[in-house]
Structure formats: structure tokens, C-alpha cells
Design a protein around this ligand. Structure first.
Ligand SMILES: C[S@@+](CC[C@H](N)C(=O)[O-])C[C@H]1O[C@@H](n2cnc3c(N)ncnc32)[C@H](O)[C@@H]1O
Length: 237
């Protein structure tokens, strides 16, 4: 990653930091104008020490700081899947929208990503995920409209992953409709969004607290027409 290819163009870069994405973001903010944040915040089941109430506060505070960290014309994009807890839904799109409002950001689009075919009855988790895009100053012309229901997630690198098709759609949106050319994911997991960004020619920066996942996020490759794979540790093979 980052080397000059045979034609003289620079190959897209990827940097993955092992550590706390919240602290990293606080130190990195404000982000440069060509940086977008695209992330999937941890579910309460990943942070049991907080309890559901504490997690909700954490979730909204972090979503607000992400919206506040991007430049005025840049975007913050969240991929979130609701959960049922104690017989009630926790609607994460609602939580992200509350946080965005606090940060002075506006919704540019809200896409629904089908996790299973429409009409399927699911239990505990919904049949869809939310993909929401916010900016403080960017506005999209009507011609920039695109499908707001993605019929399938695409390949999943692990059960908590962002779907590959959703990541590819986000990368295409950034290229076509924003000036953002670097994707930051402060909770990058296995790096699905980072690899999709690089495959589209965008640079990528990730943060992940799990050393094992951070290692895999450095090596994940998503190439057209091939299933996701891990490059060896030495380089790009
Ligand atoms: C929903 S998953 C992200 C999945 C990722 N989008 C993917 O496609 O693999 C959330 C990730 O955040 C990580 N995480 C949780 N708290 C964190 C923190 N404070 N700093 C960095 N990573 C954290 C978890 O280890 C988990 O890998």
C-alpha cells in the first residue's frame, strides 16, 4: 500500500492504528477537509461493562464527536443495525440523528440495506441495516440521488462487519459527490470499509482496539470479482 505503481500513479494508502478510536479521534480532530468518517459504532453487546444506559450515552457522544470532527463540506457516514433489548427496539438511526443534530449536522441521505430478502421474518435483529450520511455544509443536488434501498448487504467478512456492497456504494458516493478522498474508520473491525475504499482508489485510516482485528484490517483485500482475502504480512500479495 502506498507505493508508486508501474504507471507512476500512487497506490491508495492504508494505515491501521491499534488502540482507542475515541481517543484517536479526539487527538486528530478537526480532520482535514478531504477526510470522511465512515464507521459502524460498537453495539452494546460489545461493551457490556457500560450497561445499556451507559452504552447509549457513549454511542450518542461518540456519534456527535464524529459529526463534529469532519470538516464543514465533508461527510460522516454511519452503518448501524438496530437491536432488540428487553422486548423493545433500540433504533440506532434515531440515536445517530440525535447526535448529528447536537453537532449541527444535517442528513444528506438515509439508505436501508436489506440483510435478508424483503418479507423475511427475523428475530432479535432486523431484516435491514441503516446507512446514514451527514454533513454540516454539503448539499446534494437532486441529480445526485441514488437508490435508497440496497437490496443486499453483499459479502460479510465477519458477523459484525459492514456489508461489502454497502461499503462499495459508500466509496462510489464519496468519489462522485464529495471532495473526500480519505476514509477514516475509528472502529474499523476487520477493515471492510478500509479495503473497499482502497479498491476504489481512496486512502484509508482505521483504528481498532483488538490487536487481532487490527492486524487483519491491515491485510484485508477486496478485489473485483473475487471473494475477500487476507494478504500476507509482508506486503500486498
Ligand atoms: C461493529 S464493529 C465494526 C465492524 C467493521 N465495520 C467491519 O466491517 O469489520 C465495532 C468494532 O469496534 C471495536 N471497538 C470497540 N470499542 C472500540 C474503541 N474504543 N476503539 C477502537 N475500536 C473499538 C470492536 O473491537 C469492533 O471490532
Amino acid at each position: 500500500m502506498g507505493e508508486i505503481d508501474g504507471g507512476g500513479a500512487r497506490a491508495p494508502r492504508r494505515t491501521v492504528h491499534e488502540g482507542d478510536g475515541v481517543a484517536w479521534l479526539a487527538a486528530a480532530a478537526p480532520l482535514p477537509p478531504d477526510h470522511a468518517v465512515v464507521t459502524s459504532l460498537p453495539d452494546h453487546s460489545e461493551l457490556p461493562e457500560l450497561g445499556v444506559g451507559g452504552w447509549r450515552t457513549f454511542f450518542e457522544d461518540v456519534a456527535a464527536s464524529i459529526c463534529g470532527a469532519v470538516a464543514d463540506e465533508a461527510v460522516a457516514i454511519f452503518y448501524q443495525t438496530d437491536v432488540k433489548h428487553d422486548g423493545r427496539w433500540i433504533d440506532k438511526a434515531y440515536l445517530v440523528e440525535r447526535a448529528a443534530e447536537r453537532a449541527g449536522s444535517h442528513l444528506l441521505w438515509h439508505r436501508i440495506v436489506c440483510r435478508v430478502p424483503a418479507g423475511t421474518i427475523t428475530f432479535g435483529r432486523p431484516a435491514y441495516s441503516h446507512l446514514l450520511c451527514f454533513s454540516r455544509a454539503l448539499r446534494l443536488a437532486p441529480a445526485a440521488s441514488s437508490a435508497d434501498v440496497l437490496p443486499a448487504l453483499g459479502e460479510m467478512t465477519w458477523p459484525r462487519a459492514m456489508g461489502r456492497a454497502a461499503c462499495e456504494a459508500v466509496a462510489a458516493f464519496l468519489l462522485a459527490h464529495t471532495g473526500c478522498r480519505t476514509v477514516v474508520d475509528p472502529f474499523c473491525g476487520l477493515g471492510t470499509m478500509l479495503a473497499a475504499a482502497n479498491a476504489a482508489g481512496l486512502d484509508a485510516v482505521g483504528v481498532e482496539r483488538s490487536p487481532k482485528r487490527a492486524d487483519r484490517a491491515r491485510r484485508l483485500r477486496l478485489e473485483p470479482g473475487r471473494r475477500a482475502r487476507l494478504a500476507d504480512r509482508e506486503g500486498s500479495r
